[in-house]
Design a protein around this ligand. Structure first.
Ligand code: GDP
Ligand code: ZN
Length: 457
């Protein structure tokens, strides 16, 4: 991609296929001239007002138009790219859109690269880099929560947090640099403290953002929930109850469901992939090494394990065997068949969080749903305030490097090294922060980010 290129670009902004309408977007200095040349408005002799829709025909000649379209001209700078933008709303289908694009290219536009509209929005200062990434996250969002997170990034929540951090660090840097410039005056204790406390405060904030990364990933990509339990405790019944349909095969015979079954379920925006571990039924048999290995793998892959027992029968050795494979931090004990009455469960299990339910009657299901949501959302929602999550690997890397720099700065300061070193490390920390918003991002990084966009965005 050429970052200095000011050509007028055009691309389909929607997928041209079976849809009723397709939109073609044009951005650049030629946008209006192209519209005037190719669009033949129903009402003649009208000048295009900005941000208004006009009905007319589109084509090189008014006599043989390609399509009847609605067109809108949007005058810079109040546009997505901050350049003049035109949108042509034509009919869907494969041919119309292609022919309109061909006409535009013939008259001087060039086809846009993937992400080029958003790249221009970034280069022209309408959005910063983390907001541009928010645009892409929004397009790729797989759940309502993912969409909400992306929207926060798009609205600049992460950018704001970064600039607040930068301000604090610039403040410290100015104190440090003042002392470098006037070394004859001794560093007084209050300034010493200010450097230290500001650095620590900044480090704390960076750490918070880093911690939000794991929860952010979970929210964006969804979670894997493994239903683990010996045969006949009601795993398939639970999956069916959650789905509200009869997908998994339920029988009275232990081990009827052979392979692991997976189902996507939306828990009020949290996208969860439920895995019925029926295929792992031999896992608790210590002789069955392969089964144990497979169970361990499944458990390791899961973000949460619903460890299911038959509350009416109580716990068996087989239950304990399987439980022994689990990491208790991600286990929620599900005591099923509450409709049959529950026996006292072993006191060893007291510490495990648990839900009582009946997969058969549905009693307790809502409780289970909200407990699963809490497991993933509660801790995280507050960890960063205002529900701000770092969701991009790239942002995470920048923050890790920023945190390392700040640690070094603090260390250099504590070890009484020359303040030059402290200043150097703080400046590096600032650079790493700037990479998130794009102030200090090198061109290769920009390239890599915008390449991942789709055409027309
Ligand atoms: P799985 O082998 O763990 O998948 O267990 P299934 O879901 O196939 O259920 C085994 C048997 O237990 C079936 O006959 C179900 O109807 C029955 N069952 C499952 N959940 C409940 C429940 O909550 N209450 C009662 N009474 N029976 C249940
Ligand atoms: Zn089953």
């Amino acid at each position: 991609m050429d970052y200095g290129d000011r050509a007028t670009i055009a691309a389909p902004a929607t997928v041209f296929g079976q849809g009723g309408i397709g939109i073609i977007r044009i951005s650049g200095a030629l946008a209006l001239p192209l519209l005037e040349r190719l669009f033949h408005p129903r009402r003649k002799n009208k000048k295009f007002s900005s941000h208004r829709l006009y009905l007319g025909n589109f084509g090189l000649s008014a006599e043989e138009p390609i399509d009847e379209v609605m067109a809108v001209f949007m005058r810079a700078p109040h546009t997505y790219t901050r350049e003049d933008v035109v949108e042509i709303h034509c009919h869907g289908g494969a041919v119309v859109g292609r022919r309109i694009l061909e006409a535009l290219v013939e008259q001087g536009a060039r086809l846009a690269h993937p992400g080029e509209f958003t790249l221009r929005a970034f280069l022209n200062g309408r959005i910063d880099l983390s907001q541009a990434e928010g645009v892409m996250q929004l397009i790729n969002a797989q759940s309502v929560l993912g969409q909400r997170l992306a929207m926060r990034h798009l609205q600049g929540a992460l950018s704001e947090r970064c600039s607040a951090l930068r301000e604090t660090l610039c403040d410290v840097l100015s104190v440090v640099e003042a002392w470098i410039d006037f070394p004859e005056e001794d560093l007084d204790p209050s300034s010493e403290n200010r450097i230290r406390s500001h650095l620590q405060e900044s480090l704390g904030q960076v750490k918070q953002l880093l911690e939000s990364f794991e929860s952010g990933r979970v929210l964006r990509e969804g979670v894997a929930v493994l239903i683990l339990g010996r045969p006949n405790v009601g795993k398939s019944s639970l999956l069916n109850a959650l789905l509200g349909s009869e997908r998994a095969i339920v029988t009275d015979l232990p081990g009827t469901t052979r392979d692991t079954l997976e189902e996507q379920i939306d828990l009020q925006g949290l996208r969860a992939r439920f895995i019925d571990s029926a295929g792992l039924r031999d896992s608790s048999d210590p002789v069955e090494q392969e089964g144990v290995r497979r169970s361990r793998d499944k458990i390791a892959e899961a973000d949460l394990v619903l460890f299911m027992v038959d509350g009416n029968q109580g716990l068996t050795d087989e239950d304990f065997g399987a439980l022994g494979l689990c990491d208790f931090h991600k286990v929620l004990l599900v005591v099923n068949k509450s409709d049959l009455g529950l026996c006292d469960l072993d006191s060893d299990l007291q510490s495990l969080p648990r839900v009582h339910l009946s997969a058969k009657t549905g009693q307790g299901l809502d409780d289970l749903r909200s407990r699963i949501r809490e497991f993933f959302l509660d801790a995280s929602e507050d960890s960063c305030g205002e529900g701000l999550f770092v969701t991009e690997e790239r942002h995470y890397d920048c923050l890790v490097r920023c945190s390392e720099s700040l640690h070094r700065a603090l260390g250099a300061h504590d070890d009484g090294l020359s303040l030059e070193f402290v200043a150097l490390d703080i400046r590096q920390g600032l650079d790493h922060l700037g990479e998130i918003t794009g102030e200090t991002a090198p061109e290769e990084i920009l390239q890599r980010i915008f390449e991942r966009f789709c055409i027309g965005k």
